[in-house]
Ligand binder design. Structure first.
Ligand SMILES: NC(=O)c1ccc[n+]([C@@H]2O[C@H](COP(=O)([O-])OP(=O)(O)OC[C@H]3O[C@@H](n4cnc5c(N)ncnc54)[C@H](O)[C@@H]3O)[C@@H](O)[C@H]2O)c1
Length: 351
């Protein structure tokens, strides 16, 4: 088992993470346990968790409907209501069992209930294992804008057991792998060289890949929890990617977070090439590898118009000054500000 130390908590990765969770629950005394899951993690993950963690057999289960469109304040109201009705108090523990929607929303609910109660994350998708469960960003979407309302609040611990990935679809594995590719491109050129050799979904979600991705993300978060500087690097592909995801969701298109982020990375890699942050050769490498795994997304004129509106809402932008986190040679990062809308339109039309 790998144990990674974060700012104030630990991240346990591997089969033995269940032992670490049993230990955590023995050492920390809580008045009650609440497991937040969705219908899929209820079906595929909950019984495994309860089998390995006897202390949780008395936990209250809060089952939510799955989906990004449920990552809303309305769902939070439902959870806050359930916590209140069942007498949750300051010493209750929330256990988020699920993908990024559950860890983001459950973390947000915990960070605001009675001004904040403890929570832990047990991520069950590749995306939440390598990214969403670590780093303390919690929140929900609001009026169609991704992660518009939220807090920075760290979990008390994260327990990552790749066993849960056995029931995850290939599409969902690729969805999470997008964030693995991203972290390599902005933080570790050697890791990127290793990733380029991988072709199949089952190679994308090994314990080794998960551990390396978490180590890289955690190292960044530890230096800059509140995203004043270095943490902005994690947004590579996300300025255009989030806007694209929001625009597609607005038009009820079937899109996953990672799929939108890959399209965002392709367009933002072109920006990096135009701004001479990466070479033509590096740019081609990125395009060749990503397009060998992911299908192109159809962007209609109406989606493009909506996307441009959402770009303005990007949290990295100050006033009208558009900023993008870009690779600065593969494996390094640079924040490019003052990007003109015309340039964004250009990479959009070239996509
Ligand atoms: N907080 C952060 O730092 C951060 C970082 C990246 C992404 N995110 C957020 O994460 C969210 C996306 O996360 P996601 O891709 O995990 O989505 P998700 O939580 O919607 O999970 C994807 C689907 O997989 C199902 N599922 C989960 N575990 C399963 C399992 N083991 N077997 C079978 N099915 C399973 C879920 O029920 C859901 O239908 C987005 O809202 C994004 O904004 C947050």
């Amino acid at each position: 088992m790998a144990t990674i130390k974060s700012t104030s908590y630990s991240i346990y990765i591997g089969d033995k993470s269940f032992d670490a969770l049993n230990n955590f629950l023995s050492k920390n005394k809580y008045s009650s346990y609440y497991i937040i899951c969705d219908e899929h993690t209820f079906e595929f993950c909950l019984s495994t968790l309860l089998f390995h963690i006897p202390k949780l057999n008395d936990a209250e289960i809060i089952e939510l409907e799955s989906g990004e469109d449920k990552k809303t304040l309305e769902t939070c109201l439902q959870v806050w209501g359930a916590l209140t009705d069942t007498g949750a108090d300051k010493k209750s523990l929330i256990i988020n069992l699920g993908g990024g929607v559950i860890t983001d929303l459950g973390g947000f609910v915990a960070s605001t209930f009675k001004r904040g109660i403890d929570f832990i994350n047990i991520p069950t998708t590749l995306l939440s294992m390598v990214d969403a469960s670590v780093g303390g960003k919690t929140g929900v979407d609001f009026e169609g804008i991704k992660n518009h309302i939220g807090t920075t609040c760290e979990p008390k611990a994260v327990f990552i057991n790749p066993l849960f990935l056995e029931t995850l679809s290939e599409r969902q594995i690729k969805n999470g792998y997008a964030e693995v590719i991203k972290i390599a491109l902005i933080a570790d050129a050697k890791f990127w060289q290793e990733l380029k050799k991988l072709k199949h979904a089952k190679e994308f979600c090994t314990e080794k890949i998960i551990t390396k991705s978490v180590e890289l993300k955690n190292a960044i978060v530890k230096k800059d929890l509140y995203e004043m500087d270095l943490r902005k690097s994690l947004n590579f592909g996300h300025s255009i990617g989030h806007a694209l995801e929001s625009a597609l969701l607005k038009f009820n298109k079937d899109i996953l977070h990672g799929e939108a982020i890959v399209a965002g990375m392709i367009m933002e890699a072109e920006l990096a090439k135009i701004l001479k942050k990466i070479s033509q050769k590096e740019y081609k490498e990125i395009i060749k590898y990503t397009t060998s795994i992911y299908k192109k997304i159809k962007i209609t004129k109406e989606i493009e118009a909506q996307l441009l509106k959402y770009i303005i809402h990007d949290k990295k932008n100050e006033a009208a000054n558009l900023c993008f986190a870009l690779p600065n040679n593969i494996g390094h990062y640079n924040l490019a500000c003052g990007i003109q809308m015309d340039l964004i339109k250009k990479v959009l039309s070239n996509y």
